[in-house]
Design a binder for this molecule. Structure first.
Ligand code: MLT
Length: 333
């Protein structure tokens, strides 16, 4: 009996070491400029768990939260040089170095909250997109994370119609589509790195910004902002981007494991995100924020849709814009 137990244990150990030996020991560094429990972190924790468990401990994942590796554009640069292996980044912060991604930030591309998921689960679309991003900035969006619509917050007054924007200093990301859409709505927005936004709001350098209810919750924007205006011009999407240098150096087994881990992190985040928006909105209200709808939304839509042609040359791929529209129209079928 004892002999059989020892034999059984030795076999199990042998199998375990054979399993672990399939993956080279390495440390993978993953960063986000966002805090614990943000949609970024939910995806990252899913990736970490998968990589560490399935590699039998051969891969160790180090996570850097809260911008400890710099803001999102710094993270994109670090991916390009393989200082970081994975980062989750808002699409508008990758787009300055990968113009094809401006497709996803075209204002009012997504009329329904489910449209971003429908588009980004389409493998044909996302694979083509990924290859173009690689050719443009040497990072690869291997997966995608979702948030809700980007709403405007500010500390000065309720915005219920377009003319209420006048006089407000509003921050946007450096995405050209965001800059142009606010110009079309009549104000000059202030592009600023994400990591600087909370302090700038606190110090009154800017009056407001735009981001989904998730972000309002994760960053406790109610401490520095009073009014939210529900706008539906852009669904928050973010790339789970990997360093292309690193990815191409991985042996086939590890590469497959990384792909599975990212898919698993994406899946975890998509499930988590589904019921979060209402909770985050309620939390903002509970913390004293006033949430207003727009009285003149058709005018916002009309002005925003009119700027699309300005980006066709920059995006440089009319077929992919059309493909995105077709997928969205068909509800992802
Ligand atoms: C931004 O406004 O820069 C982003 O939406 C922040 C984020 O990554 O969540």
């Amino acid at each position: 009996m004892r002999k059989r137990l020892i034999l059984g244990l030795s076999l199990a150990c042998l199998q375990l070491s054979a399993f672990a030996a399939a993956y080279k020991e390495q440390t993978v560094m993953i960063a986000t400029a966002n805090p614990a429990n943000s949609q970024h972190d939910i995806a990252i924790q899913g990736i970490k768990k998968y990589l560490e468990e399935k590699s039998g401990g051969a891969i160790t994942v180090k996570v850097f939260l809260n911008g400890t590796m710099g803001d999102e554009q710094a993270n994109v640069k670090q991916l390009r040089t393989n200082e970081l292996q994975i980062a989750t980044v808002f699409t508008g912060n990758i787009a300055p170095s990968a113009p094809i991604l401006n497709i996803l930030t075209l204002p009012y591309l997504f009329p329904d909250p489910s449209d971003a998921a429908n588009l980004l689960k389409n493998k044909d679309f996302t694979s083509k997109l990924a290859e173009i991003v690689v050719s443009q900035n040497r990072t690869r969006p291997l997966g995608w994370i979702l948030g809700g619509y980007r709403h405007i917050t500010n500390a000065k007054h309720a915005i219920t119609k377009m003319s209420d924007l006048q006089g407000l200093k509003l921050r946007v990301s450096p995405s050209v589509t965001q800059l142009e859409v606010f110009r079309a709505w009549g104000i000059e927005p202030h592009p600023m790195a994400w990591a600087e936004v909370f302090n700038a709001l606190q110090q009154g350098v800017i009056d407001g910004q735009e981001n989904p209810f998730f972000t309002i919750r994760d960053n406790k924007f109610w401490e520095v902002q009073k009014y939210v205006t529900e706008l539906h011009y852009m669904l928050w999407t973010g790339g789970i981007a990997v360093s292309e240098i690193w990815y191409q150096r991985l042996d086939p087994d590890t590469k497959a494991l990384v792909e599975e881990a990212v898919a698993s992190g994406q899946d975890t985040e998509w499930k988590w995100v589904a019921d979060q928006e209402d909770l985050c909105k309620q939390l903002a209200i509970d913390h004293g924020m006033t949430v207003n709808p727009l009285e003149d939304e058709p005018a916002w839509v009309e002005k925003a849709r009119a700027i699309w042609p300005k980006f066709y040359d920059l995006i440089g791929n009319q077929e992919m814009i059309q493909q995105a529209l077709d997928i969205i129209k068909s509800g992802g079928k």
